[in-house]
Design a protein around this ligand. Sequence first.
Ligand SMILES: Nc1ncnc2c1ncn2[C@@H]1O[C@H](COP(=O)(O)OP(=O)(O)OP(=O)(O)O)[C@@H](O)[C@H]1O
Length: 273
Amino acid sequence: MTGAPLLQVEHLTMRFGGLVAINDVSFAAQSGQITAVIGPNGAGKTTVFNCLTGFYKPTVGRLTLTRPGGHKALLLERLDDFRITRHAGVARTFQNIRLFAGMSVLENLLVAQHNRLMLASGYSLLGLVGWPGYGHAERDAVEKARFWLDRTRLLARADEPAGSLPYGDQRRLEIARAMCTDPALLCLDEPAAGLNPRESAELNALLLYIRDESKAGILLIEHDMSVVMGISDHIVVLDYGRKIAEGDPAEIRANPDVIRAYLGEPEPDEVAS
Ligand SMILES: Nc1ncnc2c1ncn2[C@@H]1O[C@H](COP(=O)(O)OP(=O)(O)OP(=O)(O)O)[C@@H](O)[C@H]1O
């Protein structure tokens, strides 16, 4: 791997009063790779995401994002959440689904591209006078939305209210919405929560497609080990706010500290298989 990593987290610490939610955590995530952040409940995983996406300002630490292609490195801890999405290209999904339930599936994906459309419209004025650039931008936005609806198998439901979709479809729609912003870094907070085994397997295929085709870096918080061990290139393990291990899936599965804190001993039939 040459050049700076896509994301470099250095000495991240987040305190809430006397509680240290993240304690001096450092790791890196690369473009075109899936990096999982795992650990027991309350280990600090979502707090890492909240620091990366500007929801919290870290107490200490540096979060450097370097988009591929010669872009300038950006220090995320100094940007507000709007700029983190727009300039740094960081998109996220949430543990609890946050779609616009009353809008159609397609409209949810167009709203995600609102910034680009507003820019093309000259913040409304050029759009109002019928500047052709706005029409092109609008067509591109619809095309991009349809592309990701197709990839997430939601094209047939484009006109249905997002809130009426089954749970697994809403989870995929959230990912489609994030992808419509062309992220350099896609942060997914428990995307497999509540999915059945077939849907989890489909999610794996979708995330591998995103990794390989869009070249975005994926940062994944997940408790479903069939997803984490099946698709991660690199795994970071947190426990009580500290990093206790990092490595590839085989290394993490065999790490005694991780087994003690989180994974537990494998069942005898798992060892045999
Ligand atoms: N805004 C906040 N104010 C106070 N404490 C907080 C806040 N946000 C998180 N915490 C605390 O920080 C710690 C880490 O929480 P966090 O949600 O990051 O854990 P997690 O690893 O994502 O857990 P889970 O797997 O259950 O989602 C917990 O003790 C939590 O109660």
